[in-house]
Design a protein around this ligand. Structure first.
Ligand SMILES: *[C@@H]1O[C@H](CO)[C@@H](O)[C@H](O)[C@H]1NC(C)=O
Ligand SMILES: *[C@@H]1O[C@H](CO)[C@@H](O)[C@H](O)[C@H]1NC(C)=O
Ligand SMILES: *[C@@H]1O[C@H](CO)[C@@H](O)[C@H](O)[C@H]1NC(C)=O
Length: 288
């Protein structure tokens, strides 16, 4: 029975791997378009080139980029997963997860952003931590973004924009922490209260890498007495798959053979582990 369960799980993940490569590519293109459309790029971030998708869920319901929510719906911390663009994107090491209030479209971001969540030492999937073999075997995307072993510098504080201040954009970023990571002294200990900081200064002075994933949602309280700059909606049907996850080989003018990656690299990687998965489930069965 355990074998059947393991096999079903494995087959499901294979089917998922086959169909998800282009979905992931489109998902990356979509969040890039949303960041531009909402002015997050370039007013907050000069550029945004993620290597995967952040899936953000509140109370088990996953959001679409920019989705408008009430402050009650975002009162407690979301669950976050990361789906890498392709099998060459690794998720080992530690990350910083941050949520900051970029206020309404058109805001002068040089004035800073309110920090609603800042966790250092976040892990993605079983990366970074000592995973058991069985966990490793079934370690397929989407990977959960875990804050539980990290340092909650600023504990999650749900958005609560001032009434009438318009739809605030809450930006969530997942950034790699290199070995040279060195956050400012006053943002290293747990439980620093919510305050205004300068997100991109924090990223650069701490030596954090570029975001591997990002997301934003909006929360508005009461009726706006301000008018945000206008934006045009992202028409997802017109999006091209992002370059990161597209399978086409880069054009090469040189004589060297371009290094290409088969589109089904993720699938092949999983096929290799099929015998292992079967072995593990047989062993599991015998143990029971
Ligand atoms: C995989 O994704 C990474 C990160 O976006 C990208 O740099 C790389 O070119 C991609 N590789 C392939 C084969 O598409
Ligand atoms: C996002 O996560 C939720 C909850 O974990 C899941 O139901 C949903 O299918 C995921 N969506 C994507 C696009 O991965
Ligand atoms: C940390 O120190 C910087 C520079 O002195 C200051 O601007 C900032 O307000 C401080 N942040 C906190 C959360 O205390």
């Amino acid at each position: 029975m355990l074998f059947a369960a393991a096999f079903t799980l494995f087959t499901a993940s294979l089917v998922n791997a086959q169909s998800s490569s282009s979905d992931t590519s489109l998902g990356i293109a979509a969040i890039e378009a949303h960041f531009s459309q909402s002015g997050i790029v370039p007013s907050l971030l000069s550029s945004f080139d993620p290597s995967g998708i952040l899936n953000v869920s509140y109370n088990g319901v996953s959001l679409t980029p920019g989705q408008q929510l009430t402050k009650d719906q975002v009162a407690s911390a979301p669950q976050i997963t990361f789906t890498p663009a392709n099998s060459t994107v690794t998720t080992t090491g530690t990350y910083t997860l941050v949520m900051a209030d970029a206020d309404i479209v058109g805001t002068d971001e040089s004035l800073g952003q309110t920090r609603h969540w800042l966790v250092n030492g976040v892990t993605v999937g079983t990366g970074g931590t000592g995973a058991s073999h069985i966990e490793f075997l079934f370690h397929f995307p989407p990977y959960s973004v875990s804050t539980s072993g990290g340092i909650p510098v600023t504990q999650y504080a749900g958005p609560a924009p001032a009434a009438g201040s318009g739809p605030h954009r809450y930006v969530i970023l997942l950034l790699p922490q290199p070995s040279s990571f060195s956050p400012p002294a006053n943002l290293t200990q747990p439980n620093v209260g919510v305050s205004v900081f300068h997100l991109t200064d924090y990223i650069s002075t701490s030596n954090l890498g570029s975001p591997v994933g990002g997301f934003y949602l909006t929360v508005e309280e009461g009726t706006a007495t301000v008018t945000p700059s206008s934006t045009s909606p992202v028409v997802t049907s017109t999006l091209q798959p992002s370059k990161a996850a597209s399978s086409s080989a880069p054009a090469s003018s040189g004589s060297s053979t371009p290094k290409t990656q088969t589109p089904n690299a993720a699938l092949s990687a999983q096929l290799v582990s099929l015998p292992l998965a079967i072995l593990a489930s047989v062993v599991g069965f015998l143990v029971l």
